[in-house]
Design a protein around this ligand. Structure first.
Ligand code: SAM
Length: 272
């Protein structure tokens, strides 16, 4: 029976390519890549000379048709993405579903994946967890999506780009309140780093951080105390100012009212 192999590739450190992954990539008839230029470097590095074709993220329906033809001809295929597992914030879902539907073997290999590395070293509860992936780039949509996950009790895992991390964590602080967060950066690479702490503290540290990032966030606490909505806090400060208090007195009064620290409120107001 023709087989579709799902082959993870290194997320930075090439030493993490497994012997089985190399063997499968050498033995299949075709390798379907996310980006042929990226994959060519990897394939050359491991002396793999198998025929490869591009598999498009934006048009998975169309490109999966070509791949199904290979399976119909009795050929074995491997799917790889630019890094980590195919299908995890990467293409592959459509062809996997079609191959299962048509009764072909679908065989996953074990290997590299950024979210699990981030999770297990985060220091946050590892089970249960929910992997969310990338939040929408549009700010309004991002806040809307975060609101959907606000009440989830499990640890949440996101992917994020370095140029958006500060904005993302600011939205997280606003929607979730000040939870424990771990930003896992440059995993498996020379400058691997874990920035752990309360969201408000981590925001300060990621301002200049570069490289690829996984964001792991504590789930909604069972503590009956609701997560603090920083937007609401800012509104209370505005109302107190409108009522005649100076800004610093308004912050003091809202801090007393909510039990939050003055600095936390001050920092939020000055960042927004
Ligand atoms: N398929 C990949 C996997 O299994 O993890 C994920 C691909 S997704 C397009 C790329 C995102 O994964 C990056 O923006 C980053 O959030 C995360 N990522 C990938 N490699 C990473 C690394 N070495 N360190 C931290 N995050 C990484």
């Amino acid at each position: 029976m023709p087989t579709l192999y799902l082959v993870p590739t290194p997320i930075g450190n090439l030493e993490e390519m497994t012997p089985r992954a190399i063997e499968i990539l050498k033995s299949v008839d075709v390798i379907a890549c996310e980006d042929t230029r990226n994959s060519l470097k990897l394939l050359q590095h491991f002396d793999i000379h198998t025929r490869f074709v591009q598999y498009h993220n934006f048009n998975e329906q169309e490109s999966s048709k070509g791949l199904l033809q290979f399976l119909k001809q009795g050929k074995n295929i491997a799917i790889i993405s630019d890094a980590g597992y195919p299908l995890i914030s990467d293409p592959g879902q459509v062809i996997v579903n079609k191959a299962i539907g048509l009764g072909y073997n679908v065989v996953p290999l074990s290997g590299c994946n950024a979210m699990l590395n981030g999770l297990v070293a985060s220091g946050l509860i590892t089970q249960p967890f929910a992997f969310i992936g990338f939040l929408p780039a549009n700010q309004k949509e991002c806040v809307k999506t975060l609101n959907q996950y606000k009440g989830y009790p499990m640890t949440l895992i996101f992917y994020e780009a370095p140029h958006r991390i500060e904005k993302m964590l600011t939205s997280v602080l606003e929607v979730f309140g000040d939870r424990q967060v771990c930003v896992a950066r440059e995993l498996t690479k020379k400058h691997e780093e874990f920035i752990r702490g309360l969201c408000s503290e981590v925001i300060e540290e990621v301002k200049t951080a570069k490289g690829e990032m996984v964001v792991v966030i504590e789930g909604c606490s069972n503590d009956p105390k609701p997560a603090i909505d920083m937007g609401e806090i800012a509104k209370l400060v505005e109302e107190a100012i409108a009522g005649g208090l100076s800004k610093s007195d308004a912050i003091k009064s809202v801090a007393k009212l909510t039990g939050m620290s003055k600095n936390e409120i001050y920092n939020y107001i000055h960042q927004n």
